[in-house]
Design a protein around this ligand. Structure first.
Ligand code: ADP
Length: 273
């Protein structure tokens, strides 16, 4: 029986052919523990993405971090709980984040595009088609779309809720070949490794049972939101749609090269046939 702990080289091979790739990076990877933005990591991630574009791939970046960066800029003592304050922080942080991305991507000659989404855009057929067309036009021009939830206007009714789910939605819109979710942890474990020393990491999950899915827990960081649960959920949906996905540690963004060369790193969720 396949437990998910084994390495499955055959499944990994498929990642080598991925042309359209969605990369999601979480707040915990974009900010230091003190709340300041991690420019070193953003710089490396940007370089990797530009290099993938040079290889002929088309990459969409789903980037969290707007609220965290806004909290830092506004010198708030912690992430606010009030919706209006979070939205205010997001609006400050989003433009700072895009400015930083723009600077890094420009260094390598690439252009970025900001796409802020809410769920109602995807729920309506006409606006869903419009945003899909926009993605396709941008990708054809080798522009790198940078996507986030439109936190400033999002209320519960029109929210994706977490960027892991948003990254799945984007992968489905652009018919991505692979979804890579970068976090502050090596992959998906049978229990939270930050709490349990004897936790084991899954390598390749071909059939996600409810029992395995239930092993994913909530966020571990101050600024992170979804935790492992939302990542596993996004990867399950991607697998059902025929998209391979990998949850891996974004501490060293060069890991994306290893993932896309079929090496065994992170947890792969294999696409259903
Ligand atoms: P991000 O900001 O990258 O989205 P989060 O902090 O929201 O990251 O989620 C990652 C965290 O999820 C890990 O640091 C870990 O503490 C927690 N977690 C809970 N359950 C698990 C599990 N089964 N395997 C791995 N990580 C888990």
């Amino acid at each position: 029986m396949n437990t998910g702990f084994e390495v499955n080289s055959e499944a990994r091979e498929n990642l080598k052919n991925a042309k359209r790739v969605v990369i999601k990076i979480g707040t915990s990877s974009l900010t230091y523990d003190n709340g300041h933005i991690n420019l070193h990591r953003i710089g490396k991630l940007t370089r990797v993405i530009c290099d993938l574009e040079n290889q002929g791939k088309q990459v969409v970046l789903v980037s969290s971090g707007a609220i965290g960066v806004g909290v830092d800029k506004l010198k708030l003592p912690s992430k606010p709980t009030e919706v209006s304050m979070r939205q205010a922080a997001a609006s400050v942080g989003q433009s700072i984040l895009m400015n930083i991305y723009n600077q890094f991507f420009s260094e390598y000659g690439y252009t970025v595009a900001q796409i802020l989404l809410t769920k109602d855009v995807i729920d309506r057929a006409d606006s869903k088609q419009n945003v899909t067309n926009t993605f396709n036009e941008l990708l054809a021009m080798n522009v790198v779309p940078i996507v986030n939830e439109n936190d400033t206007v999002s209320v519960d009714e029109i929210k994706f809720g977490d960027n892991d789910f948003l990254s799945y939605v984007v992968a489905s819109l652009i018919k991505a070949d692979a979804l890579i979710i970068l976090s502050d942890i090596d992959g998906f474990y049978d229990k939270n490794p930050n709490e349990f020393k004897d936790a084991h990491m899954y390598h390749t999950i071909t059939d996600l049972s409810e029992r395995i899915e239930a092993e994913a827990g909530g966020a571990g960081s101050k600024l992170g939101t979804g935790g492992m649960l939302t990542k596993v959920h996004a990867c399950r949906l991607a697998a059902e749609l025929g998209i391979n996905s990998v949850v891996a540690n974004g501490n060293e963004p060069e890991i994306v090269y290893d993932i896309l060369s079929g090496k065994d790193c992170g947890t792969m969720f294999v696409a259903k046939e």
